[in-house]
Design a protein around this ligand. Structure first.
Ligand code: FES
Length: 93
């Protein structure tokens, strides 16, 4: 599951709470044992400043209004990625 989660830490997203989102994402990855599989990185402005705290799961863009919303979306995407990995492994077996 090579995944990169990128959280914007530009000024607009910072004001909206991107630091708290980064912290929560790190906690989720740690709790789920995924710290080695998922690269969590910060980014300068993703040029979607008006949309909320902006972040990406690989190349898919998300905007979250709250830390809890961001966590919910992250968990959904992680589940999808795990499911995709499992399906691929079954197809290769
Ligand atoms: S500061 Fe985050 S998208 Fe611009």
């Amino acid at each position: 599951m090579p995944v990169t989660v990128t959280v914007c830490v530009g000024s607009s997203c910072h004001v909206r709470g991107s630091r708290a989102v980064l912290k929560r994402f790190a906690e989720v990855l740690q709790a789920e044992g995924l710290s080695e599989d998922v690269a969590l990185v910060g980014s300068f402005c993703l040029e979607r400043c008006s949309e909320g705290v902006n972040w990406k799961f690989n190349e898919e863009n998300f905007s979250s209004a709250t830390v809890d919303d961001a966590e919910k979306t992250l968990r959904e995407k992680l589940l999808e990625a795990k499911e995709r990995d499992r399906t691929t492994a079954e197809e290769l077996a």
